[in-house]
Design a protein around this ligand. Sequence first.
Ligand SMILES: [Zn+2]
Length: 443
Amino acid sequence: MNTEKTNYAPKEFTKMRFDMHVHVGGHGLQADDEKNRDDFKKNINLYFNEPKFRSFFIMAEYYMMERDLASDSASVNDEGKVTTDAYLEYVYKRLVQSKEIDSIVLLAMDAPFKKDKDGQYTIDWKHADLLISNKFLSDKVDYLNCRLKCDGRTDKRFFMAASIHPLREDFLAEMTHIINNKNVVAVKIIPSEFNLDLSSFPPLYWKILAGNATYKDFQMAETDEIFSHNLTLKLPLILHTGPEYCFEQGTLKPELNMHEDLKLILKAGVRLIAAHCGARVFPTDKNHIDNFLKLLDIAHSDNNNWELYGDISGFTFYSRLNILKKLAKQTPYHKYLLNGTDIPVPVYQSGWTYKWNLIKEIFFNLWRKHVTAPHHHYKFDSTIIAFASSIFEQFVVSKKASTIKNVFDRDVAIKRSYGFLDNNPDNIYTNAGSVLRDPAEVH
Ligand SMILES: [Zn+2]
């Protein structure tokens, strides 16, 4: 008997099972052509600063991610590259096939800005790795949702997290656009990609995200049309915390992503989602996850009621498996954790091809520490043991979970096998629906 469900009904936002951390990638326009820069300003494409990736480690990492996508049937062009459209097609198909995930939040990424000779803030092309404008992504989200509708899959949805650099000349106008955009459920920041410390953000930035901005705040800065009644809605902030290895800026300025104190933002009333919970990636990284859990205790104590959450994206990457296992045992924290994959960062899978890639990566990691950064001493401290334990974890992680073909379902199955269950109210898969901005609130 064919039990396949064919009539798919839309779900309420709070009941959807989310992957709230999926990057937009693929080979878009190159930076070395002035014409392409104009195209980015017109929001018609994604901009990828590939020639600048001189770091051998990052090149190896990009190669690994691209191979991972290609081996999972993402189409490649004549040059063997996965284009942005091919990447989004890949994500679309995997979401439609997924039995575990209803909704995906795609992440935009604004450019870094700098002051030029005339005192104007312009795009700092030198420090730009990957640029995805809000307009470009919102159009893609509209297209993907339209396609879901045409395919009769009203049970699935795409959303986006917008990205706005505070030094943009049109920062307030851009804020107003996203505040009124129903596709936008959060704002995402990777400080190293903005080339800016959090303490340098204007207080109005946090006020807007907290839903506390008033007409008065805008009066002096911009025209009346900028103020919108949706500004009273909270727009959660997904903030990268901990080491960052996917972009060159993250490796050059790691201190921008190591927030010793997130209280500044929490005290301003922002609903904060600490992406990756400050967890380390490699053994030589400082691990901030214990500090994050302590901060969760402080944040949710009776005295404070700060809105702090964490996402566990990138935790099924091989080097973080043992952290995932430990976190799964900390059940009281589950209600503050949100599910994400960090795709295209690979999700662990069993099989020899994968293990061969893993061995190559370990080699690159050691090579990077010894050859490309000789000033950085490689320490055999407890983090090495933790790392070894992650490697070991790969051989004991549930065989059944790690062979599941669909990347979103494999990620969920691994997390579930460790103890992240679907019990309410501590269900990490649906928690995001109560934390992200519900589009139904946008008038
Ligand atoms: Zn990420």
